[in-house]
Write a protein that binds this ligand. Structure first.
Ligand SMILES: *Cc1c(COP(=O)(O)O)cnc(C)c1O
Length: 373
């Protein structure tokens, strides 16, 4: 009889369900023999990478035989200047996902009876991480799909080590403002690490319709040493395929994260690409404007078709299909449109649609109308 390797795995890993990524375009092409596929499933930047990135990474290929700069010195210098923080406060990751993992390794893994708090409908990497590291998950309830910060405060116990908060949150798009974050942080004990995941920060910047903007966690770091802010180049900066993200924290916490960071976790092409797009203010402005216009197009179109949706400050919107959304998802696939079912987030009737180019949003709305027509 062969060995039962499942039984040999750690309890944390045995309890996991693998992360389900958005369906790749090529996979649907193979399955349906369709050539025209619209993918609005992974909150990717519909503009494609900036031209400045393509030029820069092309030039970086000649150094591929060399290891990357393990400290990411040049990128950190640029980030520090732009974000007005010290380089010692920055931890680079292979995507911000990597940084979330480092935080789990540092503050949850191997700690007896550690607990972590996250919200229902929150980004699914948090439950994955918390379970993998054998920590106890405390899941708080939401208000209108958004984080209930008071509920999270009430859930803090003696063994609580980390609180994960995405603002805006994925897949709900819900957000809260800086004043709410400050009021929250003032009540969190200093021994509890708060991870503020600002993956959509660049989209949520600036007020819309007279509403206050979402948080800017960096402005709170000096006051709250237990705060870690994570951001990414995967969304508004259009580099999801290169995998670069980072956290900004106290230098003391950054030093801890750095101890378990793989020495070369961000590759040389990614370092070069991130530096290039960080300098490309025109690209970021175009990303934001494309998203603003596309969001309005999707909201208006959904409304016209009679669907309700959760107002979002991200580059995606979750709409209520009024029935099991998996059926709608499959019907849309047949029409060559990939969106994201969010049943794993306990939102079985919702589909998450990433904001695309005008033509892509239009293709989605037409397909949706056809499915329900
Ligand atoms: C997309 C996303 C990330 C970013 O992941 P990367 O690893 O940086 O690509 C992080 N948090 C949330 C909430 C996200 O939606």
């Amino acid at each position: 009889m062969s060995c039962d390797y499942f039984a040999l795995a750690s309890a944390g890993v045995r309890g996991l369900q693998p992360y389900q990524p958005g369906k790749p375009i090529e996979e649907l092409q193979r399955e349906l023999g369709l050539s025209e596929i619209v993918k609005l499933a992974s909150n990717e930047n519909p503009l494609g990478p900036s031209a400045s990135v393509l030029q820069t990474i092309n030039a970086s290929f000649k150094d591929l035989a060399r290891y990357p700069d393990g400290s990411g010195y040049a990128l950190k210098l640029d980030l520090a200047a732009q974000l007005r923080v010290e380089t010692q406060q920055i931890t680079l990751g292979n995507g911000s996902n990597d940084v979330l993992n480092l935080i789990g390794l540092t503050f949850l893994n191997g700690i007896e009876s550690a607990a972590a708090i996250y919200s229902r409908h929150a980004f699914i990497v948090y439950p994955l991480m918390v379970k993998a590291f054998g920590a106890r998950a405390i899941v708080t309830e939401t208000q209108a799909f958004g984080h209930d910060l008071d509920g999270m405060l009430a859930a803090i116990g003696d063994d609580t080590r980390v609180i994960f908060i995405a603002n805006p949150n994925n897949p709900t798009g819900t957000w809260f403002d800086q004043a709410a974050m400050i009021a929250f942080m003032e009540k969190v004990p200093e021994g509890v690490i708060v991870v503020l995941d600002e993956a959509y920060f660049e989209y949520a910047l600036g007020s819309q319709n007279g509403e206050a903007q979402a948080t800017d966690g960096l402005a709170l770091l000096a006051r709250f040493p237990n705060l870690i802010v994570t951001r990414t180049f995967s969304k508004a900066y259009g580099l999801a395929g290169l995998r670069v993200g980072y956290s900004v924290s106290s230098a003391e916490i950054a030093d801890l994260l750095n101890r378990i960071r793989e020495p070369f976790n961000v590759n040389s092409v990614a370092l070069a690409g991130a530096q290039a797009v960080l300098a490309d203010t025109e690209y970021l402005a175009r990303s934001r404007e494309t998203n603003r216009a596309g969001m309005l197009q999707l909201e208006t179109g959904l409304q016209k078709l009679g669907f309700s949706f959760i107002p979002s400050k991200g580059n995606f919107i979750s709409a209520d299909m009024g029935k099991d959304a998996l059926d709608v998802y499959h019907d849309l696939l047949k029409l060559g449109v990939i969106v994201r079912p969010v049943a794993p987030y306990e939102m079985p009737n919702h589909l998450r649609i990433s904001v695309g180019l005008e033509s892509e949003n239009d293709a989605f709305l037409k397909a949706l109308e056809q499915v329900f027509g």
